[in-house]
Design a protein around this ligand. Structure first.
Ligand code: VJV
Ligand code: CA
Ligand code: ZN
Length: 390
């Protein structure tokens, strides 16, 4: 094959289960688990599987998911069926658990949730047991789910479950979220502890962009007796940000956070809806720009749990996550930018058949982030970190 070998000096584990990919939210729902099929096709066609330990994700157990979620909520997810959407007896619970257009009930819902959550829990355990230095689960990253509520296409918060595993061993864990949406569920779960620092980059428009939280000055409960005070960092952005500015901002914020907080492990949510041309997004990142954030995070040399997240233009999601897999196994320079002939569904990548089509040229959104706005973000966040230190 094409010379992809194991990375020198460290181990990468890859967690997936084809059963996740088979689930459907509904034909016109933007979340398409099928994007994971395309990702897998690219990873295999490039021969990247030779460079990693591959694990078939098992379903997380009810008890594992109950480390964050309530038993009532999990029991509801376990037993609810699509026909219950019409049944009056279920309507109060359906409403209270926020089931609806964004988070529908579909066939195999509990199986879907427990499989993506199991992948992230397994991945975190590989890191804790020193069996891997980097662990990847592209089916995870569902950052909006709350303790007793579904939200924004997310039902079970696998990231929270993964971080809870890492906290058994690491005194401090840093969470980084490059999905175009605010990582509100993870932020809220660790809102009251100083053992997790959450950092989300996102489009912020309180009234017009989901979920409407994540303002620059939203840093955790300000009560002086609350240890979690100031342990949430938010990087609110406007439409149209481009590769160069995003990467510069990412490096400035993340390097300052790591220097101040000194985490023992990093969890990176790689939501691909921050790419240009995303069906729900509004940024102008290219696959290379998105990947450069992953590459920079890797240079920090810390144990790293890497998960997926959003991403609503499946061909571009799979391009980004395949490219990022190649970065994590240190093989980005061995990957042919022309997508191999052997890829099933290769027609999805027409007309360019490139791993790196110029996304931001095709449907460019005006960049509403001035240099002054971005410089102020960095300066304010550095000030917040000084206060966090106490
Ligand atoms: O903006 C919202 C909430 C509404 C109410 C529900 N309607 C359907 C949409 C507006 C206020 N929800 C967002 C949720 C985004 C979740 C992102 C998840 C992630 O990427 O961060 C992590 C995985 C939203 N934006 C767009 C839609 N919902 C949307 C939902 C649909 C749809 C089209 C757009 C649901 C079903 C169908 N079409 C058929
Ligand atoms: Ca984000
Ligand atoms: Zn998103």
């Amino acid at each position: 094959h094409n010379g992809i070998t194991r990375p020198k000096g460290y181990t990468v584990s890859y967690h997936a289960n084809p059963a996740v990919e088979a689930h459907h939210f509904g034909s016109s729902h933007p979340m398409k688990p099928w994007r994971l099929v395309l990702t897998k096709e690219l990873v295999l066609a490039y021969g990247m599987h030779h460079a990693m330990d591959l694990y078939l994700s098992r379903a997380a157990t009810f008890e594992e998911m109950a480390e964050f979620h309530t038993e009532d909520y999990l029991e509801f997810l376990r037993q609810v069926i699509p026909a219950d959407m019409e049944a009056a007896e279920q309507s109060d619970r359906i409403a209270s658990y926020n089931i609806g257009d964004d988070c529908p009930i579909f066939d195999g819902l509990f199986n879907y949730c427990s499989l993506y959550a199991g992948g992230t829990v397994d991945a975190a355990r590989k890191l804790v047991n020193n069996q891997a230095d980097i662990a990847i689960n592209w089916s995870g990253g569902l950052h909006h789910a709350k303790k007793t509520e579904a939200s924004g296409f997310c039902y079970v918060n696998d990231i929270v479950l993964g971080i809870l595993q890492l906290l058994r061993f690491h005194p401090r864990v840093m969470y980084i979220d490059i999905d175009v949406h605010h990582g509100d569920g993870v932020e809220q779960a660790f809102w009251s502890t100083d053992r997790v620092l959450t950092v989300s980059f996102h489009k912020y428009d309180k009234d017009n962009f989901f979920p409407g939280t994540g303002a620059l000055d939203s840093n955790g409960p300000s009560h002086p007796l609350n240890p979690g005070s100031r342990h949430a960092i938010n990087v609110p952005l406007n439409d149209g940000i481009e590769d160069g500015d995003y990467l510069q901002l990412f490096k400035a914020v993340i390097s300052s956070c790591v220097e101040t907080y000194n985490p023992g492990a990093i969890v990176l949510q790689c939501g691909a809806d921050s790419l240009g041309c995303d069906r729900l997004g509004c940024f102008n990142l290219n696959v290379t720009g998105h990947g450069a954030c992953v590459a920079y995070t890797k240079t920090l040399g810390l144990p790293m749990l890497v998960v997926g997240g959003g991403g609503y233009t499946p061909r571009n999601v799979s391009r980004a996550w395949a490219h990022e897999t190649s970065i994590l196994i240190d093989a980005a320079d061995k990957i042919d930018p022309n997508i191999p002939d052997t890829v099933t569904f290769r027609n999805q990548f027409a007309p360019d058949y490139s791993l790196f089509p110029p996304l931001s040229e095709m449907r460019k959104i005006e960049n509403k982030n001035s240099k002054q706005y971005l410089n102020n973000l960095v300066a304010t966040i550095r000030e917040q970190l000084r206060y966090m230190q106490g």
